[in-house]
Design a protein around this ligand. Structure first.
Ligand SMILES: Cc1cc2nc3c(=O)[nH]c(=O)nc-3n(C[C@H](O)[C@H](O)[C@H](O)COP(=O)(O)OP(=O)(O)OC[C@H]3O[C@@H](n4cnc5c(N)ncnc54)[C@H](O)[C@@H]3O)c2cc1C
Length: 401
């Protein structure tokens, strides 16, 4: 690689929700920070019925508050006041209630475009971050003191060097691949079918999780009396579900859901997400670190992926600050190793929780259904267990930095 044009302390590849969160968390450190994002900057926000949404834990709201994004998205965020968990054909329900937990909301549901615009505005406001967009990282050369990086910006190849390169470039990460970090991959044999629906009755801030023989259904409250629906089906059933017309789809979903919100009056465009768990075998190597989907793609059953990634980012910003303080190096080995130890523990806990939940409700073995019903029933009764799940699920008990 020839001589670099620009030098950075930290360069982040991938400017999705996670990469953008990381650079905003790094901004107060006063380092030379850059970000490379393949997609063009978003145009003016235009609400669309079919916009995809993401559920954020309350702990994530506090991270977004700290990086200056929350005030921009708050008007678009629908609070989750209650979570209602049930299983089709079995007794017992579990209810988590924000008021009971002395919280304003258990979490928040936000459509992706206002979230992307809030990040865009926060990045534009933070004048110190160098942005390469649209541009892709195409290669890297790891050295002892720096990583050389090759960027393709509209057919023009630029070279930079950085003391720390962070891969936030998604599940198919080029950075991870070029750094020689392998992955372990598990196919769930399931596909999430995602759409927005309008129901006859208002959702009143309730998020519904319903386990059914045809897979778990989640209804998340959105603005304008809509719900974001995530229905996870065996991979082999996905095409059939996608080919149903709107009224057949609504009927099928509502039969499984038990008509809890009345008739489904409108169904949006359906999208399918085949599900796999992809975990990087290392979170850092030399001067390269991985965050977000580049480090871990998880099952969306508990909506934890971005929440977990925000914890990656705040902890990495702390590790960079610690590295600068200890050895004037943002890629200080000791600081990165402590960061990775903490992140691996959190990722394993989260992945185990998610896979356990998925496996429990995917099984249809004699006795297991009964155990599930009893489990949900007990969970409904037992305050400490319920509070623990709410604490975990909402990120309340998770350190932010
Ligand atoms: C159906 C479904 C529902 C979900 N629901 C939730 C939820 O409710 N709550 C939650 O917390 N999580 C949820 N998740 C998980 C969440 O969507 C992910 O954790 C999150 O989007 C990961 O973001 P990321 O920035 O790491 O990756 P991505 O969103 O994949 O972003 C990667 C970015 O890198 C860019 N890029 C890629 N390659 C290059 C390159 N070579 N050079 C430069 N840029 C590059 C891409 O353009 C992209 O912008 C859900 C996931 C699914 C599938």
């Amino acid at each position: 690689m020839s001589a670099p044009a620009q030098q950075f302390d930290v360069l982040v590849a991938g400017g999705g929700l996670v990469g953008a969160s990381l650079v905003l968390a790094l901004a107060p450190l006063g380092l030379r920070v850059g970000i490379i994002e393949a997609r063009a900057r978003p145009g003016p926000a235009k609400a669309h019925y079919d916009d995809r949404a993401i559920a954020l834990a309350d702990g994530s709201r506090r991270v977004l508050e700290a990086i200056g994004v929350w005030p921009l998205v708050a008007p678009h965020a629908e609070p989750i006041r209650r979570v209602h968990v049930s299983e089709a054909g079995r007794p017992g329900i579990a209810i988590l209630d924000a008021e009971e937990m002395a919280m304003e909301a258990l979490g928040w549901v936000i459509e992706n475009p206002p979230l992307a615009h809030a990040f865009e505005a926060a990045l534009a406001h933070e004048g110190t971050i160098e942005r390469f967009q649209p541009a892709t990282i195409i290669d890297l050369e790891a050295g002892a003191e720096h990583v050389g990086v090759e960027i393709d910006a509209g057919g023009v190849v630029q070279r930079c060097s950085t003391r720390l390169l962070v891969g936030a470039d998604g599940a198919g990460s080029t950075v991870r691949d070029r750094a020689g970090i392998g992955v372990s991959r598990h196919e769930y044999g399931q596909t999430s079918v995602v759409t927005n629906v309008t129901t006859a009755l208002p959702h009143e801030g309730v998020a519904w999780e319903r386990f059914t023989p045809a897979g778990p259904l989640a209804f998340l409250p959105l603005q304008e009396r809509r719900c974001a629906l995530v229905w996870t089906v065996p991979a082999g059933d996905a095409d059939t579900v996608l080919s149903l017309d709107d009224s057949a789809f609504a009927e099928r979903v509502n039969a499984l859901f038990g008509h809890r919100l009345g008739a489904i009056e409108r169904v949006g465009r359906r999208q399918a997400w085949p599900l796999a768990r992809v975990l990087a075998k290392q979170l850092w190597r030399g001067r390269v670190a991985l965050v977000g989907n580049a480090a871990h793609s998880l099952h969306p059953i508990a909506g934890q992926g971005f929440n977990l990634s925000l914890r990656d980012c705040t902890a990495l910003a702390e590790a960079v600050a610690a590295g600068i303080a200890a050895s004037d190096d943002p890629a200080d080995c000791g600081a990165l190793q402590r960061w990775a130890d903490g992140r691996i523990a959190d990722q394993r806990r989260t992945a185990t929780f998610i896979d356990g939940l998925n496996a429990l409700f995917a099984l249809d073995l004699p006795g297991v259904g009964l155990a599930r019903g009893v489990g949900i029933g007990l969970f409904g009764l037992a305050g400490p267990a319920r509070r623990l799940l709410a604490r975990y699920g909402t990120g309340v008990g998770v350190p932010l930095r």
